[in-house]
Design a protein around this ligand. Sequence first.
Ligand code: HEM
Length: 387
Amino acid sequence: MELKPTPYRPFKWGPHYTTMGIRDMPWDEWIELDNQMQSFYYIKKHRIATRGNKVVKILPDRPGIVRSARHSAIELVHELSDYMSKRFPDAFTVKRAASGHILSINLVLVGETLDLPPPLAPKGSTKMREVSIPEAEEAMRVAAMLTQDDLILMVEGFDGRYYFQGGAVCVSGFWRMRDKIGLTLDEIHIQGHVPQYEEKLQQSMDRYFRRLAVEKPISRVTYFFQVIPQKSVRAPLDTASQSAAEPVVANDSIVDPEELAWSVTTNGNEESFVHGHPISPDNPPVVRAENLRLRGERQSLRRLPLSGAIAFTVRTYLVPLEDIAKEPGVPARMANTLRNWPEDVRKYKENGLFEDVMLEFLDRAVEKQRMEGGEAYVKDPGQGYPF
Ligand code: HEM
């Protein structure tokens, strides 16, 4: 797989506005795949082997509150297998039954074949079969290996609110599934202290979730920053290393040196992490430009046609700040965005951890681009900017 990760740089000139930031998503852009696929695969495999139900979980029915996501898990793994094999036929091949449903999927890039559970309903029928929680969790483990994304299932409760009822959340970096699973959309964001959630986002998000139509999927892009450990040799995610090939019981830092899955250097130990923001590590890390990463997220939302649950996907892109420094116009836009953060956004996104180092570095990069006659101040580079 030669394809490079999409360079999302969601930085706008001018004042900060808190909005949902969603756009319609063409159907063939549901899930992206690129040359980091193998690294993600090994990291996820390691996380599932070492974290089990902390990273893949389906909640049961909660009487009077909300139904289980177990049916949606089966539907999701079939939808994903079908999509990935059609969209990326060189990377995924499937074996189908005579009736057309997928029996197994071959991950060509890593040489593994995974069996799928029987489909949720026979072709042409809407009558869903019985599904157990272990079967649904196995389906989510398979689904996790098919994408670079984290996968979340939101189910509408009897009160009309959406509940986080299941997921395969292996590489979320700065929040843990165990702290959020079972909560409603509102509780997730309020307990995470998302800035201006109640004033600017809550109502529109609730409305969007209730109305999201099967044929109208949406996506959004957002960003965070992360400090990773100091080290002399960089191990970028697009070079799945030999050591990562046998990772199941290996050390986290060997499998995942950039701390994609959990941000130890920025947020401290995963087990003793205290849920919620702002960032508050026990020992603030040493921050240098070379160990700063942009943590971009591309998220998608679509309603699954049979079970009606909403599948929320999150693909994370870790990009060295040093690489961004070379991109025409981006350091200037990024520095402008940081300088325009309202105080609550600043506290949420960096809490005094790395802003000074980052701004100094970006300003130098802007100056270098200017001196070299480059386009240091491209305000609108087109191509769907700022996504
Ligand atoms: C239209 C859909 C959604 C919108 C507009 C939205 C918006 C946001 C925003 C604005 C933030 C703060 C970070 C940022 O600047 O992006 C955030 C954080 C977060 N969102 Fe969402 N969100 C959506 C859906 C979801 C769903 C379905 C989940 C389900 C798990 C979720 C889980 C989270 C989590 C875990 C965080 C981090 C909170 C923390 O820092 O602890 N979001 N979201």
